[in-house]
Design a protein around this ligand. Structure first.
Ligand code: HEC
Length: 151
């Protein structure tokens, strides 16, 4: 059991350091990675959004679980927009400006992560009104970056 735990810990450490620091072998690998991470993040952010919009009944626990996943996932896509992610040939909607304006792009991603944390804090109160108050600001950071950097 102990051996298994050590192995599991090593695997997790390897996976996460790869996520944080990986240089991708091919730009297509980076593109697949960032698209996958964005898709998962958006799915869970959207689940909270559906409650905010009254499309599904509010459930504080479900909202909390979804925003927790979105916050975690929000750390991951950005490595896929690093230097090794430039020039992918698979279908993608990243504008070339991302690689000319990396500092500006990072400002957008930092802002989004900060806004998602606010939604997470709000979700901890269990109040739909608190979530509603923070949700729009987070959504606006998605749009701001997409307007600038996504075709
Ligand atoms: C810092 C910039 C930035 C922020 C912030 C951002 N996105 Fe994106 N997003 C992009 C870019 C660029 C792409 C295109 C990726 C590609 O195809 O290479 C993208 C793609 C996506 C995709 C499509 C993934 C696919 O498979 O093609 C979804 C869904 C998405 N974003 C959702 C969101 C949501 C939801 C938020 C806010 C919670 C968000 N994004 C915030 C830049 C951003």
């Amino acid at each position: 059991m102990k051996k298994f735990l050590v192995l599991a810990a090593t695997l997790i450490a390897t996976t996460f350091s790869a996520a944080s620091y990986a240089q991708f072998a091919k730009p297509d690998d980076a593109a697949k990675y960032r698209q996958g991470a964005l898709t998962v993040m958006a799915r869970h952010f959207g689940a909270v959004g559906a409650m905010v919009q009254g499309k599904v009944p509010f459930d504080a626990k479900v909202a909390q679980e979804n925003i927790d996943i979105a916050v975690f996932m929000s750390k991951l896509p950005w490595v896929g927009f690093g230097p090794s992610g430039e020039g992918a040939s698979i279908k993608n909607t990243s504008k070339p400006e991302i690689w000319k304006e990396q500092a500006k792009f990072k400002e957008h991603s930092d802002k989004m992560q900060a806004e998602l944390l606010k939604v997470q804090t709000a979700a901890k109160t269990g109040s739909l009104d608190a979530i509603k108050a923070s949700f729009g600001g987070a959504g606006a950071t998605c749009k701001a970056c997409h307007d600038a950097f996504k075709s």
